[in-house]
Design a protein around this ligand. Structure first.
Ligand code: ADP
Ligand code: XUL
Length: 522
């Protein structure tokens, strides 16, 4: 029996997923929801602390506690943790964790006698961690672009223009606003490399998949770009570990997990990557041309591509694939599940009621449209929250439910054009992919089948597959992913030709509405 564990430390939860590669099966899945366990103690809502003015942070100690809880849950579920050969993981992208000079020694000396939280609470030079939902760094974005010689320079060097949520602008803001605490910072981790460091009991470097979400990495060499580091904050190079290949082992598991959870001391830890790059693997996108959508806290649409293609209008993102060969083109919508939940809650529905509303309304919504900016939006760039309704009564629950999902699906089609990848089928993952009514709208808007898999935790599955590949690098990627990425039977949603036609006619209207709104607020 060869077991591999994938851990996804995402915005709202930490999930562990165990695969058995001999049986070609997922044998365990456990999830720790942050709000459920820690909302009160850490002042959380939807997994984060909203400080206002676009400042949104996570709590590193929540992730530390959740890691212990997760191992306890897996053990209680009867998983023989001693048989796990390797662990890899995924983290919500872009978030930064700031560690002081004690971190290295504390991580190396972890004892199985005490919970992790009791041992690591003094290793932080900043109590909270800015995460991807933070929109407060527009000034820093423009400064960094100017410092490297312009937006185009940053785009061609790192694959991305400066985005508010990316790590570089967040680090710059910290240095500007808290220079003393920046000075006290010995090492800046990403969420991914922070969790990997807890597991390995040493500081684990960032992988290129997550490194490319920082505005600091040269997208072609997959190493930090000195020009970008200098443009961001002083002595930043000294505060980062070198970028490491995603497939290269970061060493064996910390004695902490051997003592406390009877892990095998030969169990390897692979560098963690970002949640979207791990979903790329978990949905089987290891060959160019394949497309997927993740419907999590935010929504993303992404593709595996062979060469670095950049988004000239600055909307899209380019990441390195954790297969260490390909690239990943991505668009990120902040108003994903957060917007669907806002509509659901406004009309006092549950998900069942939400699904009923989709069923009782028709494609095209009788011309009713919504721009669903419950929060500022990343794509298209909308700096200020504000919901717009056109031909849509605010008190019509069913029409508003359909409008929010249609808007999201149409937006995902409009803004994916720069990728230049024909969309002929879409694989889906994330919590909201459980909802078939939502998938039908994505199928109809994109005019192609949408397929769902056994698990909605594509990032955790991708991490587990990365762990198995790290243990068996001789097996080609397609053979690693193939047994785990067959659509579960009955889980292919086909487009309805009449609805496809309706949306083809509606998309130009939606795009015009979006553009008019963007012009009025800029
Ligand atoms: P993340 O990885 O960003 O933490 P997940 O992929 O775990 O997020 O998805 C969590 C989200 O899934 C929840 O916020 C919830 O809104 C959404 N969700 C869960 N079940 C359903 C459902 N049946 N219909 C629509 N959305 C759902
Ligand atoms: C992608 C992005 C989000 C986070 C959280 O660029 O910001 O999708 O990775 O899931």
């Amino acid at each position: 029996m060869s077991l591999y564990l994938g851990i996804d430390s995402s915005t709202q939860s930490m999930t562990g997923l165990v695969i058995d590669t001999d049986e070609q099966a997922i044998v365990a899945e456990a999830s720790i929801n942050f709000d459920e366990h820690f909302a009160e103690a850490y002042d959380l809502e939807s997994g984060v602390v909203d400080f206002g003015h676009g400042v949104v942070h996570g709590q590193p100690l929540v992730w530390v506690e959740a890691l212990d809880f997760l191992f306890e849950h897996l053990q209680a579920a009867g998983v023989d943790l001693g048989r796990i050969e390797a662990i890899a993981g995924s983290g919500q992208q872009h978030g930064t964790v700031y560690l002081n000079e004690m971190a290295e020694e504390v991580l190396e000396g972890l004892s199985g006698e005490l919970p992790l939280k009791d041992q690591v609470s003094n290793i932080f030079s900043r109590a909270t961690a800015p995460v991807w939902r933070d929109t407060s760094t527009t000034t820093q974005c423009r400064e960094i672009e100017a410092n490297v010689g312009g937006t185009g320079q940053l785009l061609s060097l790192t694959g991305n223009t400066a985005f508010e949520r990316f790590s570089g602008p967040q680090i710059r803001k910290f240095w500007q606003e808290e220079p003393d605490n920046y000075e006290e910072t010995d090492c800046i981790c990403l969420v991914s490399s922070f969790i990997a460091s807890l597991l390995a009991g040493r500081l684990v470097p960032v992988d290129p998949g997550d490194g490319s979400g920082t505005n600091l990495m040269d997208i072609r060499t997959r190493q930090w770009a000195p020009t970008a580091l200098e443009a961001t904050a002083p002595d930043l190079a000294a505060r980062l570990l070198p970028v490491t290949p995603s497939t290269k082992s970061a060493g064996t598991i910390s004695p902490y997990f051997v003592q406390r959870y009877r892990m095998n001391d030969t169990c390897r830890v692979l560098p963690f990557s970002g949640d979207n790059p791990c979903s790329l693997i978990g949905l089987g996108l290891v060959q160019p041309g394949q497309i997927a959508v993740s419907l999590g806290t935010g929504d993303t649409l992404f593709a595996c591509i062979p060469d670095p293609v950049v988004s000239e209008d600055g909307e899209g993102c380019l990441f390195a694939s954790p297969d260490d060969t390909h690239y990943m083109a991505l668009i990120c919508f902040l108003n994903g599940s957060l917007a669907r939940e806002a509509v659901r809650d406004r009309y006092a529905l549950d998900w069942e009621g939400f699904a009923q509303c989709l069923k009782s309304t028709h494609p095209g919504n009788n011309g009713g449209m919504m721009l669903p900016y419950f929060d500022p939006e990343i794509v298209p760039h909308i700096p200020k929250a504000g919901v717009v309704r056109e031909n849509l009564e605010a008190d019509d629950a069913s029409a508003n439910v359909r409008a929010v999902v249609e808007a999201q699906a149409m937006s995902s089609k409009i803004h994916a054009r720069w990728m230049e990848v024909p969309i002929t089928s879409i694989s889906v993952t994330g919590g909201a992919s459980a909802n078939e009514g939502i998938l039908q709208i994505f199928a109809d808007v994109h005019g192609c089948p949408v397929q769902r898999f056994e698990t909605t935790n594509g990032a955790a599955l991708g991490a587990a597959l990365r762990a198995s590949q790290g243990h068996h690098p001789e097996i080609p990627w397609p053979d690693i992913v193939e047994p785990f990425t067959q659509p579960a039977s009955g889980f292919i949603v086909q487009p309805d030709p009449a609805a496809v036609e309706t949306y083809a006619g509606l998309i130009p209207d939606y795009e015009a509405l979006e553009r008019r709104h963007q012009e009025t607020i800029e």
